[in-house]
Design a protein around this ligand. Sequence first.
Ligand SMILES: [Zn+2]
Length: 415
Amino acid sequence: MTDPITRPPRKNPVRRTRLAVLPPWMRSRIALGMTAAAAEGRFELQQCARCGAVQYPPREACHRCLSDKLPWREQPDGGELISQTLLLHSHDLFFRERVPWRLGMVRLDSGPTVVVHLHGDVGPPPQRVRIGARLDRAGMAVLVGFPEKDVPNMADDRQLREMTCDPRFRKVLVTDGKTAVGQALVRSLAQAGADLIWVGCAEPWKPAPGYERLQDLPQVALVPLDLTDARSVQVLAAEIGAKVDILVNNAEVHRTNGIATRYGTEVARMEMDVNYLGLLRLAQDFGPVMRARGADGQSSAVAWVNLLSIFALTNFPTHGTYSASKAAAYSLSQCLRAEMRVAGVRVINAFPGPIDDDWNQLLPPPKLAPDALARAVVAALRDGVEDIYPGDVAQEWVARLRESPKALERELSVG
Ligand SMILES: [Zn+2]
């Protein structure tokens, strides 16, 4: 059985953190299909459109009939462990630092035999296992063999924690504690075992329901943070930046305007200042210091979460300028993801549908409850995925976007 992890010891402040080392990350263009699915938590393999054969590793042509029509399809996760090995030596620096490392070969129920990282609770072969696709520290898909049934402390497995960003015993900054979503995030992170949660607030003197009560949680420290003020971001980064393991940027401004319904640029500028430039200011001050802490063992910086919106992917005209600011933030977060990846720090983008808050009052249900959104963010950290679409509306929009972006654009334009 996996031993539960314990609180990591305090780091010796004199000891320098080395540069992060990544596992082998070169993949062919075709093989990135597996990463694309794993980034959203799905286990997909190529499946021939002509003869139906499932194949692994990914190739340009079907191994059975040579067809090049090889769409990625979600696969059943069952299989049989047929052999295992324990790596005690490796020429690869990442694994050399982490041996012993357990690997196995699994014959999938769908046909092919795959190489997997083996969870510590999987017994010796022959053995039924569950297969899951996960992103490794380099952000590339790898396969993991899990025990068939859940066991206690499963997430604490040493090898698995190299691929996830579980908040347990980690220090988190939530950038805005005044909103219902911010408060739900803080509660969910505390429940998930976060060690310390700094909660930002742009105007601490202005009362906001529920904000003061966050202090009743023993892990919480309220801090001043105004994303529109470069100095405020710099001061906080200098104070706590070197301790933040997970940063959750949920601060946002949201008004309901299209172009014609509100003359002038003042409100749009306010949205951009927080939603886009606020993220840029955070990334410039917290990014480098988190990147430098990608190799601090159990207390490494591991993740950066951006609360975007499904409106970032296609404009919702009644929330037009807000959609545009979120689209800008989405683009910037892809840049941040590329820059953080070299240190093994994962950037997670959340694209929720309309949240049940003041600014979506006029929208008909279904709307996403702040608690449900917070739970989805914690689950994303635990599973180590990159992109989540919480809520029914987001799920439906993203499915339709993939089918036809133009059709969805036209549908939204007529209300
Ligand atoms: Zn085929």
